[in-house]
Design a protein around this ligand. Structure first.
Ligand SMILES: Nc1ncnc2c1ncn2[C@@H]1O[C@H](COP(=O)(O)OP(=O)(O)OP(=O)(O)O)[C@@H](O)[C@H]1O
Ligand SMILES: [Mg+2]
Length: 395
C-alpha cells in the first residue's frame, strides 16, 4: 500500500479537497483506496457524505482506544474506504500526551491492512500536532497542497523541517513527493513568482540527505473552480457533482501523475480500471449515513485552524556524512510582493496602501461543464492546465 500524507499546517489550502478527489479518481481508476480523516473538523468525512456523529469507531478510536483499523473502515464508494473522524479527535492530543510511542500508533494499527489496499491518503489537520506526526510516521510520501500566494510560503520551511525530523527520527522511508499548487491562477503574476521561488528552493536540495531532496512542484495543478467548493455541501466528490468541470479534470491529472501515467496522454480507462486483485469484502458500518444530494451537509465542527502550533515532539538529529540539506530560510523563500494582476473577485477591495501587499485573486474560475441546476454559470474560459508531465515517478 502506498501511503501518502496530505499535509500543510496552513489552513484552507486544499488538503481535504485534494484528499477526497484524488482518492476518488484513484478509486475510479480501479485502485483500492483508503482515506483517513485525521482532522477533528471532519471535513473529509462530511465531504464523502458521512455524518461524523454517527461514527461508531473512527480515527479517534484507533488512536486512543486501540480499536481495530480495518473494522473502522467504511466503504463509501466502490473501491473507496474511509476511516472517519469526528470532534472526539480533538481530545486525542491531550489523551496521548503521556503515551510512549504516541507518534507511531496509526502506523502500527495499519500494519495488518497494508496488503489489502493499493493507496492510502491521509488528510491531516492544519497543524503540526501529534495527529500530523502520526500521519507522517505511517506514510512513505508527503504531498503538500499549497496556494501560491505570498503568505502561503510562511511556515513552508517549518513544514519541511518537521518532515525531515520525522524522516530522521521516526520514519526513514518518508519523502516529500511534491507540492501541489491549489486554487492556482496562472493569470496572477505572483502565482508564477511563488512557483519559481519554491521550484528553485526544491532544486537546491537535490543530492542532499533531506526528505525533500526529490520533491518537485507537480507538473499539473488545480485551478480555482467554484464546483470544487460546492461539491462538499452535497456530500459528493467532484466526479459525482460535475465530472466534466475543470476541477474534475485537474484532479484526474493528479491521480494520473501518482499512477505514473502521462497526464497529457489520452485516458486509458480499461487499462487503468482493472484491479490487480479482488476487492476485499467491504466492512459495513450501519451507523454511517450518506447525506442525500439535495441535503447540504451539516456545518463543520468548530475547531480552529492551528497554523501556529508549537514545535513537534521530535528532536533534531546530528547530520550524517551526506551533504546537508539547504538551510530552511523562510524569508528567502518569500517572493517579493508584486502588484496584483487582476482586481480581487468577491473580496472587498484592499485599502489604498495595505501594510502587506497580499495578492489574492479570488475570481472563481469558470468551467466548461454540463450545467448543474441551481449552480452559477460563468462566461469566460479558465486558463488551461496544460503544464506537461515530466519524469513521472515509478508507480
Ligand atoms: N481549486 C479550488 N477552487 C475553489 N475552491 C476550492 C478549491 N480547492 C478548495 N476549495 C475550497 O476552499 C476551501 C478550503 O479547502 P480545503 O477544505 O480543501 O482546505 P484544507 O487545507 O483542507 O483546510 P483545513 O486546513 O481547514 O483543513 C473549501 O471551502 C474548499 O471547498
Ligand atoms: Mg481540511
Amino acid at each position: 500500500m502506498r501511503t501518502i500524507a496530505i499535509l500543510n499546517q496552513k489552513g484552507g489550502v486544499g488538503k481535504t479537497t485534494t484528499a477526497v478527489n484524488v482518492a476518488a479518481a484513484l478509486a475510479d481508476a480501479g485502485r483500492r483506496v483508503v482515506v483517513i480523516d485525521l482532522d477533528p473538523q471532519a471535513h473529509l468525512t462530511i465531504h464523502l457524505g458521512v455524518e461524523p456523529q454517527t461514527i461508531s469507531a473512527g480515527a479517534y478510536d484507533v488512536l486512543t482506544q486501540s480499536a481495530d483499523f480495518a473494522a473502522g473502515l467504511i466503504l463509501v464508494r466502490p473501491n473507496l474506504w474511509l476511516l472517519a473522524a469526528n470532534i472526539d479527535l480533538v481530545g486525542a492530543e491531550t489523551e496521548l500526551v503521556n503515551v510512549v510511542g504516541r507518534e507511531i500508533i496509526l502506523r502500527e494499527a495499519m500494519q495488518a491492512s497494508r496488503d489489502a489496499y493499493d493507496f492510502c491518503l491521509i488528510d491531516c489537520p492544519p497543524s503540526l500536532s501529534v495527529l500530523s506526526l502520526n500521519a507522517l510516521a505511517a506514510s512513505q510520501e508527503v504531498l503538500i497542497p499549497l496556494q501560491p500566494h505570498f503568505l502561503a510560503l510562511q511556515g513552508f520551511g517549518k513544514l519541511l523541517q518537521t518532515i525531515d525530523l520525522v524522516n530522521k527520527r521516526i520514519n526513514p522511508h518518508l519523502k516529500v513527493t511534491g507540492v501541489l499548487l491549489c486554487m492556482n491562477d496562472t493569470r496572477a503574476s505572483l502565482s508564477n513568482e511563488v512557483r519559481a521561488d519554491i521550484d528553485s528552493f526544491l532544486q537546491s536540495a537535490r543530492g542532499t540527505n533531506s526528505a525533500w531532496s526529490g520533491a518537485e512542484i507537480l507538473p499539473t495543478f488545480i485551478r480555482r473552480n467554484i464546483k470544487l467548493a460546492e461539491a462538499p455541501s452535497y456530500g459528493q466528490t467532484i466526479f459525482e457533482y460535475d465530472p466534466t468541470c475543470n476541477g474534475a479534470e485537474d484532479y484526474r491529472k493528479v491521480a494520473r501523475f501518482l499512477l505514473g501515467i502521462d497526464a497529457t496522454a489520452a485516458p486509458e480507462p480499461a487499462a487503468v480500471a482493472a484491479p490487480a486483485e479482488p476487492v476485499p469484502p467491504a466492512p459495513v458500518v450501519e451507523a454511517a449515513r450518506v447525506v442525500a444530494p439535495s441535503e447540504p451537509a451539516p456545518a463543520a465542527a468548530t475547531v480552529e485552524a492551528q497554523s501556529d502550533n508549537p514545535a513537534p515532539v521530535v528532536a533534531v538529529e546530528p547530520q550524517t556524512d551526506t551533504p546537508a540539506p539547504p538551510q530552511v530560510d523562510e524569508p528567502a523563500l518569500r517572493s517579493p510582493p508584486a502588484a496584483p494582476a487582476e482586481p480581487p473577485g468577491d473580496h472587498p477591495a484592499p485599502p489604498a496602501t495595505p501594510p502587506i501587499p497580499i495578492i489574492t485573486v479570488d475570481l472563481p474560475a469558470p468551467c466548461s461543464h454540463r450545467p448543474v441546476s441551481g449552480t452559477p454559470e460563468h462566461a469566460s474560459p479558465a486558463p488551461e492546465n496544460t503544464a506537461p508531465i515530466e519524469n513521472p515517478p515509478a508507480c
